[in-house]
Design a protein around this ligand. Sequence first.
Ligand code: PMV
Length: 311
Amino acid sequence: MPDPTLDTTAPAKIILFGEHAVVYGEPAIAVPVASLQASAVIQPSEDGFKIIAHDLDAAIVRYDPQLIREPLQRTLTLLQQHTGQSLPDVEIHLRSSIPMASGLGSGAAISTALARAVTQAMGTPLSNETLNNIIFEVEKIHHGTPSGIDNTVIVYEQPIYYVRNCPIERLKIGHPFKLIIGDTGKKALTHVAVGDVRALMESQPEQTQQHISAIGEITVAARADIERGRIHDLGHLMHENHRLLKELTVSSPELDRFVDGALAAGAIGAKMSGGGRGGNMIALVDEQHSEAVMQALKRAGAVNLIETLVY
Ligand code: PMV
């Protein structure tokens, strides 16, 4: 009988402040989105290790160490290297309700759920610190030079104030607040936007650095407001952060339209989130305006809306 304790999960994530600037050493704030999850269920297997990827038409994935640019394979290779063990004779059923390629960390969450399942089945569960290092390596396949914020929030499942190469700081939430995540439905590759900001940094270093530093200051101020529960003060910080990301060329007409629509419908604040050029935006709302903001985002063309409470 499979041991039900071997089922593992990992949440989605969303960045609240500091995306892109975090690549240059500025802080960023991100939180888990618990309503969206990747999960792995372990069952005994009669024909060796295999993964059943239910969101890819139940495709059966066998281990192939040659496929070094494939995230699941890379995860399996790193786990075996780290534990010194070969893969156990189990089948792992992988599922995810997290939309892909839209800045919600779907890849990192799937790899995290898989890694937890495999190492539990091996009898060698990993510490969050070790797991985080492994998922960071996997993230490099897609993101090139990731800051590490995605894997950190997903592995630790906590709101985080993140500075590259610094110890992880848990963010205290002074007062719970509600976010609506609006999906433009436009897929965008984070590493392309990150590369374009890097090109901007080379062609216009002074101005770009000013924008990056200003985003860092906003994130520091946002941390203080979040920790003290001053939720209404976050509105203008989100507005400013969005404006600066626009200057860095990583917003898009859709994202701008969503942000304007959410604000006109009474959101406390709104901004794009993650790599940009598409993907998701977030609106900070109070109960009174929540429904109106959702309707406004639908009218603006949102293909998916997720409500999440940050606490
Ligand atoms: O697109 P997302 O949500 O995976 O976020 C990327 C965040 C960036 O700051 C743009 C890049 C990074 O590695 O931190």
